[in-house]
Design a protein around this ligand. Structure first.
Ligand SMILES: [Zn+2]
Length: 442
């Protein structure tokens, strides 16, 4: 068995057709799901890149590896933390990556993510030469396909990381206008004077001008561009599957499609970026494709988290050494040998304020952590009914105090338990808030 892990940066589940979006944005991924397994309750642990990728590669929660925000290298618990790629290479498989996380970044690079790779194609230099910040999956394919041709006869693990859906939303020309029919300068479609003011003032998010459009005033235009980036990446994923078939290795290769975090497309007054532990940023896709090995067309309701990816990948590759992981392999639920995983998913957000959240399938409780320079003027405790209010606009903390108390107690209990595994270490959210936050997202 080979595994290819494809992570499309900033891809939110809500805008993919296989996750219920009205536009058919992701037909190839939909097909992967219909021939494989889709996790319907799949969550990331944070709103930005370094914490989530570090969890994907280590199989432990951010509170354990301690990279809870961007550019937090000096906080990583290097002595204790192993990358899954070190275990995979140790078991004799070839490990390959096309990525730029190890060297990209404004302040500190996530160099640890390079550990354990035999071949790490870093496209930072190409981006720099071309004066670009993002590289799309069809361009990642161009770098990855020659590697696949080289390794096709031996077992391998490959990691592909693309930035299609990260701003500036810049799909290929043939996809650019496929989801928009209006006049980009015609209106601001926010539905309220408040919202309109926010878009015009651009208070916190990068807005449409960075997307190199002629000041489009219709927010739907920009959302349509985001949707087009999904369709662009989706087409490239289709090309990757075709390539595996051409090489004769599709039968023995598991392709996993996921994302590190989502994006706010106007929700919670963010145009556009990834902030806060709402589902816009936390609800990520998780689709597994390998028709020979897993059931076809299975949609799983059990909660799946990023922390589960490393143990799952190691089990798929037949590697037993999974003792250090805090997550659990999802193979049993995929194969129908188990039906449930977790009662609670855990997440936090670190930009611009600091919040910790806990989520069941029905409720999400969010608590603002005091002590960081930016303390917003909104309730410090929030509770949302995700079934009746999936966009998290109605804080019901006063209507359901018992549920909030139960979730808060569970959150506090879990934090104490996690910290007890590392005697003498502080809660990294509090520690890093005290040291000040770099106002930087990615
Ligand atoms: Zn990211």
């Amino acid at each position: 068995m080979n595994v290819i892990l494809v992570v499309i940066d900033t891809l939110r589940a809500k805008n993919m057709s296989c996750y219920g979006y009205a536009k058919k944005t992701s037909s190839n991924i939909d097909r992967m799901a219909s021939e494989g397994v889709l996790f319907a309750n799949s969550f990331g642990h944070a709103n930005n890149t370094h914490p989530t990728f570090t969890t994907i590669f280590t199989g432990v929660y951010p509170i354990t590896h301690r990279v809870v925000r961007m550019n937090a290298q000096y906080y990583l618990n290097h002595d204790k933390i192993k990358m899954m790629t070190e275990l995979i290479r140790g078991a004799g498989l070839t490990t390959l990556a096309v990525d730029n996380l190890a060297t990209a970044g404004r302040f500190v690079k996530a160099a640890w993510l390079k550990r354990g790779f035999d071949v790490y194609i870093d496209y930072s230099e190409i981006n720099k030469k071309e004066n670009r910040s993002i590289r799309r999956l069809f361009e990642i394919n161009e770098l990855a396909f020659p590697l696949l041709e080289e390794v096709k006869s031996k077992p391998f693990f490959m990691f592909l990381h693309s930035w299609d859906t990260h701003s500036p939303y810049n799909p290929r020309e043939q996809f650019k206008h496929m989801w928009y029919e209006g006049d980009p300068n015609g209106r601001i479609n926010l539905g309220s004077r408040e919202g309109r003011k926010t878009l015009e003032k651009k208070p916190t998010g990068r807005t449409t001008p960075s997307m190199k459009q002629p000041d489009p005033r219709d927010v739907e235009y920009t959302i349509a561009h985001y949707d087009a980036t999904i369709t662009d990446a989706d087409a490239a994923l289709g090309d990757l599957i075709t390539k595996l078939q051409e090489l004769g290795i599709a039968q023995d290769t598991m392709v996993i499609l996921t994302s590190d975090h989502g994006e706010n497309l106007g929700e919670h007054q963010i145009f556009f970026g990834h902030r806060w532990p709402y589902d816009d940023c936390i609800y990520i896709p998780m689709v597994f494709w390998c028709p020979k090995y897993i059931p076809q067309g299975k949609r799983i309701e059990a909660i799946a988290q990023q922390v589960d990816l490393a143990p799952t990948i190691l089990e798929l590759l037949g590697i037993e050494d999974r003792a250090l992981f805090e997550g659990h392999s999802l193979v049993d639920v995929m194969k129908g040998r188990a039906s449930e995983t977790y009662k609670y998913a855990r997440m936090h957000a670190t930009y611009p304020d600091v919040r910790r959240a806990i989520r069941t399938k029905q409720y999400k409780f969010i608590k603002t952590i005091p002590g960081c320079p930016y303390e917003p003027d909104w309730p410090k405790r929030e509770l949302y009914d995700m079934k009746s209010d999936p966009n998290e606009v109605k804080n019901i903390i006063d209507n359901a105090p018992d549920i909030a108390t139960e979730l808060e107690s569970e959150m506090d209990r879990w934090v104490a338990e996690e910290l007890s595994k590392q005697p003498g270490w502080l809660d990294p959210l509090i520690e890093q808030a005290r040291h000040g936050w770099l106002t930087y997202e990615n």
